[in-house]
Ligand binder design. Structure first.
Ligand SMILES: [Zn+2]
Length: 566
């Protein structure tokens, strides 16, 4: 980044001098034209300003600033566009899916309308755009009412006024399943925008939705598509990549990324590509990588939830129609909430909030008493039991034998009297279920050995640097039983593990369902990240709601799965 800034400063000084000279000499057209690219990634339907840490951006000095909200994002886009003669608005995927209720209830139609309103020119398909499969993605793209829920937001839903791209998404026969590229004309110069999604998409969605499709290598797809643009004389080329790197912290414009797939892609892909917008890892970074021809190009990501806008300013040579790479300037702009929100987008958000109310009150099940998060001395809670049972039931097609969930993902109790509306008859509404499991985590089933399963259970006790031990009790399905000892030492507390009533064989293989957070080793459960044969499942909320619907008059389970001994 330091290098870019220096190059940019020199380029800006040279640019000023040249334009001054041109002004006094003749009225010849400028040799270059400026194009500002404004992108966001992993918006996840956050129409309302996201709350808590999801609504804050960490600055280079470690302090945070409140950020995000569709109406603020729209106002910032308008401001950024106003500063540039030409601009395009782009999205790096996961704009929809795993969304808050306000967007999710309407199958994210309000979010697509928001993206239409701010003039989005193109988006790549993220894994969450594919959550509900190809037919639903085509409906989101081209419009029409949802096959089961109909048109609940606007009648009719008119679709996206921008293409969803995926150059590496093909049918099994190799033919493209979606548009690989789109071309926009800017000041008479064609700009090719290529989209590629993560080749590992099948591992993070339900197996059913990827049947009949192939998700190919990102670099190969970029190169194949870039070559087509080369042949057509389209020299300015931009990549939207729904794949990202991790970071070891830093502010929005730092480049403290760890070696990862995005850098690998951006370093290896065709030198014809001038800039890389990335996503998926929800990180903030602003890097410069070297292309195979030795020239610099930006690699940027803007956190998530509409908290940052990634801005890349390109200078394009009119004669060659290609980008003057050394003049490229990139930065991440914080979507602050101190700007006047866009009135049109605010009206759209308000409408979604108002219309969500009645739908949130749809009944999904009934309970006979409160299902609470409060745990027995063993660590087991009635609500945790029910959620784990629901996750097991929802992943039967993955051959799941047990399910385990993290207590931190269970956000509130499910009460007999219900939400503030207080229907008081044990009815559970969709809104109440959503409040319990709001994160939109996706179920994943992995294979663990019996020995690994024991290690996972031992990892519920987590020694801290200050000498204390934190306990995080996983909530387990009825098919998993074990005993733990209060006097046991680290790594030696758990015994008597059974799966389906059978003692666990340390060398045996067991299919275990957890959410994607745990499967990645979240909450200190690092052993879960070592699972093999990962298969995707449904969103955790859908698993929970389906279980409540399938089991009316559900009573709180007795805490008999985990036994605690002195
Ligand atoms: Zn993603």
């Amino acid at each position: 980044m330091i290098v870019t800034k220096r190059i940019a400063a020199v380029a800006a000084a040279v640019g000023l001098a040249l334009s001054g000279f041109a002004g006094t000499a003749s009225a010849a057209p400028a040799a270059t034209t400026d194009l500002r690219l404004i992108a966001f990634n992993d918006f996840h339907g956050n129409l309302q300003p996201p709350a808590g840490s999801s609504g804050r951006v960490t600055l280079p000095n470690g302090t945070t600033v409140d950020a995000g909200g569709a109406a603020y994002l729209a106002a910032h886009v308008a401001r950024l566009r106003g500063q540039a003669p030409n601009s395009l608005v782009l999205a790096a995927g996961d704009n929809i899916g795993a969304s808050p209720l306000t967007s999710a209830l309407f199958h994210d139609e309000p979010t697509v309308e928001f993206m239409n309103k701010i003039g989005t020119d193109a988006s790549v398909i993220g894994n969450h755009e594919w959550d509900e499969g190809y037919a639903e993605l085509l409906r989101v793209q081209f419009g029409g009412c949802h096959p089961t829920d109909g048109c609940q937001f606007h009648q009719p839903y008119r679709g996206a006024r921008f293409p969803f791209l995926g150059a590496n998404i093909t049918f099994d026969n190799g033919l493209p399943a979606v548009l690989p590229v789109t071309v926009k004309f800017v000041d008479g110069i064609p700009v090719g925008i290529i989209g590629v999604t993560l080749k590992d998409l099948p591992s993070v969605v339900t197996p059913e939705v990827v049947k009949g499709f192939k998700f190919g290598d990102e670099v190969q797809a970029l190169n194949r598509t870039s070559r087509l643009l080369d042949l057509a004389g389209i020299r300015t080329q931009v990549a939207l990549v729904h794949q990202g790197d991790s970071t070891e912290g830093g502010g929005p414009d730092d480049c403290r990324t760890l070696p990862g797939p995005a850098r690998q892609i951006a370093t290896a892909a065709s030198p014809s590509i001038d800039a890389f917008f990335t996503g998926h890892s929800h990180q903030q970074y602003n890097c410069v990588v070297t292309d195979p021809a030795g020239k610099p190009r930006p690699l940027i990501q803007g956190a998530s939830f509409g908290r940052l806008l990634s801005v890349i300013d390109l200078k394009i040579d009119r004669k060659s129609r290609d980008v003057v790479r050394t003049a490229t300037v990139a930065h991440n702009e914080v979507v602050t909430r101190t700007i006047t929100p866009d009135a049109g987008v605010q009206a759209l958000v308000d409408e979604a909030v108002a219309k969500a109310g009645p739908i949130a009150n749809r009944q999904v099940g009934t309970i006979t008493a409160d299902l609470v998060r409060a745990a027995a001395p063993s660590g087991e809670s009635p609500l945790g039991d029910v959620i784990a049972d629901g996750q097991l039931a929802a992943t039967q097609s993955n051959q799941a034998q047990i399910a385990m969930t993290n207590p931190g993902g269970i956000r509130t109790d499910l009460t007999y009297t219900g939400s503030p509306a207080g229907e008081g008859n044990g009815v559970v509404t969709y809104g109440e279920a959503f409040a319990v499991q709001p994160f939109g985590n996706i179920m994943q089933t992995i294979t663990l050995t019996g020995a690994q399963l024991k290690t996972v259970l031992e990892q519920q006790w987590q020694p801290q640097p200050n000498g204390t031990t934190i306990t995080r009790f996983l909530q387990v399905s009825s098919t998993l039983n074990y005993t733990w000892s209060q006097s046991g030492t680290q790594g030696n507390r758990v015994s008597g593990i059974t799966v389906g009533g059978q003692p666990v064989d340390p060398a045996g293989a067991y299919r275990v369902s957890v959410n994607n957070f745990l499967a990645a080793g979240g909450d200190g459960f690092t052993e879960l990240a070592k699972g093999t044969n990962l298969t995707g499942g449904p969103v955790d909320l859908d698993a929970f709601a389906a279980y409540l619907t399938a089991n009316p008059n559900l009573a709180p389970p007795a805490p008999t799965r985990v036994t605690v001994i002195p």
